[in-house]
Design a protein around this ligand. Sequence first.
Ligand code: TPP
Ligand code: MG
Length: 561
Amino acid sequence: MSRQAEVVRSLLATLVAGGLRHLVISPGSRSTPLVQAANERAELTLHVVLDERAAGFFALGLARATQTLCGTVCTSGSAVAHVLPAAIEATESGDALVALTADRPAAVRGLGASQAILQPGLLAPYAQHFAEIDAQHPDVDALLATLQHALGEASSRGGVVHVNVPLSLPLALTPGDLPLLPSPLTAPQRPLQPAVPPPAPNERVLLLAGPLAFSDDVAPFLRARLPRHQVVVFAEPASRLRDALGSVRHADAFLRDAEVRAALLPDRILRLGAWPISKGAQLVLEDAKRLGIPADTVQPRRFSDPLRQNRLTSLDGIPDALRLWPVADGQREPLPWIADWQVIDAAVAPPASDWHEASAIDAVARTLHKEQTLVLGNSMPVRDWESFAPELDAHIHVEVSRGAAGIDGTLATIAGLAVGRAQQVTAYLGDCTFLHDVGSLQILAQLNGRHAGIRLCVVDNDGGAIFDYLPARSAMPESVHVACFTTPHGLNLAEIARGFGLDVIACADLAAWRDAVAEPVRPGRTQVLLARFERTSSEAMHRAYWLAAGQAGRLALSVRA
Ligand SMILES: Cc1ncc(C[n+]2csc(CCOP(=O)(O)OP(=O)(O)O)c2C)c(N)n1
Ligand SMILES: [Mg+2]
């Protein structure tokens, strides 16, 4: 067997030993031996996606669904650059990804050879580890051993490993035996972080859970240790703790009111996960900063503390910082402060009956059951879900790409989640988010029959409605706001989806929408449900809701006084 074939096979063995289980192949010539060697490894499940950008997001979805290291392999040249957006999201949200890129031999770099570009470092700084596995190197074993450490690091803590592989002609693998897998590395024991103190008697604690708070096993742990009589939980859907911990539901709306917020401030905030999406939660954190209310931050993977309030942190999946908390006693009278939160939360009701985002979300949410994954698109959809969704079964997997909060790659990520988790996936996303990744409809079309069913609920308000709420809008002519920010497209999304052979239902009223969501999704099929809304009436609905929530909160406080 040639030296190159031997090194490529050893590389695949190292990747498998490092935890790689799913590999997404984008076709190309230079990557031939990598693809052949991948086909030889029974441990790997292989997928094929034409567009490397979509392949990256598909692998990201697989990594999220399976909580394992997943990878892409592509040819040399500009193909490599397309993996960057998924690498950014993986890095920022703590998913484990390997980008395997074929390259021309190092000797032809810089000479104008075809498809020979500067690949080393191209994914930096969003690849925490870079390895060039070159059969010409004098000590390939040392390179592979270093790579194995990097893979272990990415598997346990999340992050991206870029493996660039210069390959010479002839490319096709010569026959040879499979190398043995390298023996697994043992992870070093890291010391426990200092504990965040448990609530003192009568201390009012607000628990704010933002995106990426914790993995599934943490909710029962927290439930046992949070003293119900003194902790208020405000958990966003993206935290995955919202329904498991019994969160208040309308806090984003009533905390926008300064008077209500002032009455509800806690003695201490405990933040879990990344920076909150909710405006109301952000305002509480800003007030806390101004007033010197302490906020501890406990984060599983990615550190975020933009207001620099944090005293303690843990970067572990299991919250070391909370591990030393005793199991809470539930015997005491609830603090009056808790009752204030609850009374106000109960006094606020989202608008229910007309045809708008609130009623559309309510209808979708009521169809979900526990063996399902829910994907929320960025922009208004994730925010609207937090505002308007009723309580869900706590076992539903809620997924949002909040690492970099992009509207890119959403359809490919959904496809990866559907295949990786083998569960029905319901997604709720905006029209621009859909169009941004429209090429990935091809993946959904090709996956027909290979998943439990995908329902894409697309809110088509003909542009990016989120920009209607930004303060900058009033600083420019409305025509500039619409042309340069909202960007109406006027496209017929139904025809686009039908062109890819997907099942489509376009709904113009709530009755049609309710009928559509009541029908189960056919296993193996992707269905697109379109809800058409006018941006102006949608904006009026949101503003009226926020106003009413503030008024209801103030009224509840005055009655109590
Ligand atoms: C990759 C990327 N490009 C641009 C943005 C900026 N951006 C945020 S929201 C948004 C519009 C989203 O529109 P849509 O998906 O229709 O949701 P809506 O705002 O209408 O609810 C844009 C362009 C982004 N977050 N990510
Ligand atoms: Mg939109």
